[in-house]
Structure formats: C-alpha cells, structure tokens
Design a protein around this ligand. Structure first.
Ligand code: ZN
Length: 261
C-alpha cells in the first residue's frame, strides 16, 4: 500500500473516563484514540526540487498501453538506484507483471496473483498532469520495490498478507498477518521517505511521516495515523494490533470498529 491522499490528523485531549469501550460514544472513543504529537527532530531534507525529465510521455487514464509506456519511462529515470534496477530486472524477466486500477484509494500495491507478483498501480496517479506528478510515481515505485523484496522472502503470515484478496476475499486478517502488514509498511515507507527527503518538497501529506524518519516513536505514530486513515474501513481487525505496535497508550480503543460516515 502506498498512499497519495493527504493525511488526516487526529487531535484532542486524552480521556480519563473508562466505561466499557462498546458503550462509549463516537466522541469518547475518538478522545481515547487521540494521541498528542510526539517530539521529533525533523530530518534534514534536500535544498532543491526534483528535476523532471522531459521525455516521459503523458498517459490517459483509460489507456493501459499509454500508462505502461509512461510507467516504464518514469522507471528508467527513477532516482533510486536499487529500486530502479530491481524493478527493471523484475519486469524484463517477467517475474513481475503490472496492472492498473482506477478505483483503489492506494497509489500502488504488490499482490500475489496465481503465484506471481503483480504490481498494481493507480491509473489516476500515472495520468496526473500536474508539474510534479511524476514525483508521486517515483515514490510509489520505490515503495512498491520494497514490497517486492519482502514478497520474495515472505513465508507464513507475511506471505498470507500478499495473498489477501485472492485466497481470502472478505475474510479478516489474523493478528499475525496484521503485524506482518505493519512491519512491511514500516519498512516500505522508510525506503520511500529516504527518496522523498532528498528533495526540498515532495508531497506535503508524506512530510508528516518522512520528516520523522530519525525518531522511531514519532515515525510510528505518524505511520499509525496513516494506516488508520487508509485502512480503517478495509482492515478494522488490524487497528488495535497496529496501535499496540506503534506504542499508542490505549491500543484497545482501536478494537471497536465504527464505520466512517
Ligand atoms: Zn505499502
């Protein structure tokens, strides 16, 4: 998973009243989930904007061929050597296939389909024509290259996380799979942030997590906010596990699912 939407930041005072969680109002639950910003020393970032190559052609959102040509051209200019080399080799050797989605809230994802890694990219991210839209493609490709590395060595619950949607449609993750998802995202955002932080400005939403790269507690807090925002409706069963792994003072408050309105 890689997000391209802005982060929703929660704020509010801690709640001291402790009636059963299931009897709490939405607001009481929200207060228990609130978590004041942890201190951090901002990562030093680059002083320049990324250089956008002129030979990456535009693509229309409903034209897979154009999207692929743009993806490949963007990949050849990806300013992250390991991600560029590994993804290029994986595509050339046909270890990895690419598909495009218009409906996903994620910018990208790596899943197992029929035993083969599939890189799913958001067509809207590829087709975006804003001047620095290519930066989102680069950070997404870098993030997903880390997931490909994870998938290659995944076993047990970690492998199950990549199979979700194929083998377990509509089923819920176990705590072990939720924990594997957390570890994988934690590492993938770290690699993505290392690239993003080489520029003076990349994506203001990601600044919330990428500037905290050197302070684990603050980084984990930012990752939890991002994961809850992105996946609360999809994986409500994982929230309390993620909150516990992030070091939230009341992870149990995330065990009560209230659908977004
Ligand atoms: Zn991810």
């Amino acid at each position: 998973m890689a997000l391209w939407i802005s982060l929703l930041l929660l704020s509010g005072a801690a709640c001291s009243a402790r009636k059963p969680l299931t009897e709490m109002s939405d607001q009481e639950l929200e207060e228990l989930r609130a978590w004041p910003d942890l201190p951090y020393t901002p990562v030093e970032v680059g002083s320049e904007l990324p250089q956008i190559p002129s030979d990456v052609p535009p693509a229309r959102v409903d034209r897979p061929r154009e999207l692929y040509v743009r993806t490949w051209a963007a990949l050849q200019h990806l300013p992250h050597d390991q991600a560029r080399t590994e993804l290029t080799q994986a595509l050339e050797s046909r270890e990895l296939a690419i598909a495009y989605s218009k409906d996903s809230p994620d910018a990208g994802g790596v899943v197992l389909r029929e035993g083969r890694p599939l890189l799913v990219l958001n067509a809207n991210v590829l087709a975006d024509t804003k001047p620095y839209a290519l930066v989102n493609v680069w950070t997404t490709l870098t993030h997903e290259s880390e997931h490909l590395r994870q998938l290659r060595v995944a076993t047990g619950p970690a492998l199950e996380a990549f199979q979700y949607g194929e083998l377990y449609p509509g089923e819920r993750f176990t705590e072990e799979v939720c924990a594997a998802l957390w570890r994988d995202e934690r590492a993938a955002y770290r690699v993505e942030c290392e690239l993003s932080n080489t520029w003076s400005n990349s994506n203001q939403g990601f600044d919330q997590i990428c500037r905290k790269l050197n302070d684990d507690p603050a980084y984990d807090q930012a990752l939890l906010r991002l994961m809850v925002f992105a996946r609360e409706d999809r994986n409500p069963e994982c929230l309390s596990t993620w909150a516990r792994l992030a070091g939230h003072p009341h992870p149990e408050a995330f065990g009560v699912f209230r659908p977004k309105r």
